[in-house]
Design a protein around this ligand. Structure first.
Ligand code: SF4
Ligand code: SF4
Length: 160
């Protein structure tokens, strides 16, 4: 799409894109947090309420969607078209989850992948990069370079 070079590891940048478990690392674009409504069970809901130091019913009222409330099953509320716990980090292409340590299981087991539409969307939107049929990143050299140095910076920042 954005004519350019296809490189897995730009010369001089000693950083792998993937990890042992996944074909890519999460670059925290947040696209997966604006696409799905997150359902959680009672235990998860209580854990988050405790973490935030809120009474359970107060927490339910503020952070869950009443329309989808069932016995012992809840859905996180959305705000401005995205999960209420998604925060955009000012001045960067990065988001973070405000409840990272206690986020619901469905969020924990989600894995980034070069084949996921959400991750591909994040690559295009924030980095102007695409994924080739051979699962390599494609784009202008400078965009690839910026992206890899951003990944490098993530190594040193605390998760999330
Ligand atoms: S709880 Fe966190 S990880 Fe899950 S959708 Fe919301 S912001 Fe994303
Ligand atoms: S869409 Fe992919 S890269 Fe973006 S935050 Fe979700 S898992 Fe990470």
């Amino acid at each position: 799409m954005f004519g350019g070079t296809s490189l897995n590891l730009p010369p001089g940048i000693p950083y792998g894109f993937g990890s042992e478990e996944h074909d890519m690392v999460c670059f925290r674009c947040g696209e997966c947090c604006i696409k799905y409504h997150v359902r959680l069970n009672l235990v998860e809901a209580r854990r988050i309420a405790d973490e935030l130091g809120l009474a359970f019913n107060d927490w339910l009222g503020r952070y869950t969607d009443k329309e989808w409330q069932r016995d012992e099953s809840f859905v996180l509320r959305w705000r401005n078209g995205e999960c209420i716990f998604l925060e955009r980090v000012k001045g960067s292409n990065k988001t973070r989850c405000l409840i990272h340590e206690v986020k619901p299981e469905v969020c924990k087991i989600w894995t980034p992948s070069l084949n996921r539409r959400e991750c591909q969307r994040g690559l295009v939107m924030y980095w102007r990069l695409t994924v080739s049929p051979f699962e390599e990143l494609e784009g202008r050299k400078e965009n690839l370079r910026d992206f890899y140095s951003f990944l490098k910076s993530l190594e040193f920042s605390k998760n999330p």
